[in-house]
Design a protein. Structure first.
Length: 473
């Protein structure tokens, strides 16, 4: 066997330097080491139960592997430049320490089932950690929403004033999107919770091994039912990359809104100095770089999905070396989210809303026109006609340079006889917001119920993630 490699017996020549450089993955897959060691411990137990390791051999191997996990986290356990990948590096170290007994651990498994087992274990832990951070961000939105339930704000469609809403309602929408992301990761975890260990290179093992037992020891629900599928499937990787990309899209939307909010034109939000940057030439600048980077980094998260799907789309039969390219895109997505999510959470937590500015703008842009249409509908008019009447009111106001509430009795009657002076009773922001009190509506009472439900949901998701992480390395 070549030093730091798990193959080489049938070759007469050493690999060319270019081949070595292309083939080497230990520089990025070393982060899988603790998961590879966990899998090796479970495999040692299986080999012992099959009579392929003596109890003494199994005990010494497990003790050494456990020590290696500790040394990895301490930064003491490191690969050498001659190691091809994480699997070869760890076997080399084990054989150096235990001699021939360390080499016995390879029986009944292949790098093909080993690496995908490691990757599933790694991603399940990583996803739980992302759930914690998404929950932190959702809680930051919920806290801001709760503070601003009673604040009136303009609602927007097409970036134009639409209808008045509770500012708390506007803010809380982001918590719902983040909780959907969390739900996707929890649902994904159910499909990722199947162990490929025992599939070997592709055909399973002729040795008396029990894949289901090792699956349970490693925290999986069961073993993968088809050994070929076990080593070739990367649906779990593609699906995780998609969820991370969708998180990125949601963060990008948040970033876009906060860029607008913090602009002088909006003036809705003051950003904390700790989550802003300045200019190298313009001393007055206070830039929303966290928000902008949230937009920018969504591109790489989306690109990583495309990378994985493109890599997978033409692979025949069982394992192909192309699958080495599954890890770096996901590592990048996770690294990106792990640096981005805390910064966005801090930005949201420390944002100060200029409620006077926001409230003053709530009725502008004729945002109460729908109230006129609804008022007419209650009095028996078809909405299609009421819509035209309300539009005529806006047209008259634009021509006269006045607001809806300033239309005279004569002007109202001229637009439509059913527009009596009583219509002015609905032309105020608080009433327009309070009237939308049904489930999901923007009335403060409805928003308060929504926030209570959101708090309950984030408590549940945090508990789920903490339970998952309680057994991590």
């Amino acid at each position: 066997m070549s030093h730091g490699k798990l193959w080489g017996g049938r070759f007469n020549e050493s690999a060319a330097d270019a081949m070595e450089a292309l083939s080497r993955s230990v520089h990025f897959d070393w982060r899988l080491a603790p998961y590879d060691l966990r899998g090796s411990i479970a495999h040692a137990h299986i080999l012992e139960s099959a009579g392929l390791l003596t109890p003494a051999e199994s005990q010494s191997i497990v003790e050494e592997l456990t020590l290696m996990i500790t040394q990895y986290h301490e930064g003491v356990l490191v690969p050498e430049s001659s190691d091809e990948d994480v699997h070869g590096a760890l076997e080399r170290i084990l054989v150096e320490r235990l001699g021939e007994a360390g080499g016995k651990l390879r029986a009944g498994r292949s790098r093909n089932d080993q690496v995908v087992t490691d990757f599933r274990l790694f991603l399940r832990d990583a996803a739980a950690q992302i759930v914690v951070q998404l929950t932190d961000l959702a809680d930051a939105f919920i806290s801001q929403a709760e503070k601003h339930v009673q604040v009136a704000a303009p609602g927007f469609t097409h970036l134009q004033h639409a209808q008045p809403v509770s500012l708390g309602h506007e803010i809380a929408k982001h918590a719902h999107a983040l909780l959907r992301d969390i739900d996707r990761l929890q649902d994904w975890d159910k499909r990722a919770a199947y162990s490929p260990l025992g599939a070997g290179a592709l055909a399973g093992s002729a040795l008396e091994l029990d894949p289901k037992r090792s699956a349970l020891e490693l925290g999986f629900t069961d073993a993968v039912a088809n050994s070929i599928d076990a080593v070739s499937d990367r649906d779990f990787a593609a699906e995780a990359a998609f969820v991370f990309a969708l998180v990125g899209v949601h963060l990008s939307r948040i970033g876009e809104e906060w860029c607008l909010y913090a602009s002088k034109e909006f003036g809705w939000v003051n950003l904390a100095d700790a989550y802003s940057t300045g200019s190298s030439i313009m001393p007055q600048k206070k830039n929303p770089d966290v928000a902008e980077l949230a937009r920018g980094k969504s591109g790489r998260l989306i690109g990583n999905v495309v990378t994985i799907l493109t890599m997978l789309k033409g692979l025949p039969f069982a394992y192909n070396r192309d699958l080495q390219e599954d890890k770096e895109p996901l590592f990048d997505s996770l690294d990106t989210l792990n640096v981005l999510l805390p910064a966005i959470t801090g930005m949201i937590q420390t944002s100060t809303f200029n409620v006077d500015v926001i409230s003053r703008s709530a009725p502008t842009g004729y945002s109460l026109a729908t109230e006129i249409a609804d008022w007419l509908v209650v009095r028996g008019m078809a909405f299609s006609i009421a819509h035209e009447v309300a539009g005529a009111c806006v047209r008259q106001c634009e021509a006269s340079g006045i607001d809806l509430g300033q239309l005279s009795d004569a002007e109202l009657a001229q637009i439509n006889p059913k527009l009596t002076p009583e219509v002015r009773q609905v032309l105020h922001v608080d009433g327009a917001i309070a009237g939308r009190s049904r489930f999901g509506g923007t009335a403060p009472a409805a928003v308060s119920l929504q926030i209570a439900a959101l708090k309950s949901e984030t408590s549940r998701t945090r508990a789920w993630a903490e339970l998952k992480l309680a057994s991590t390395l």
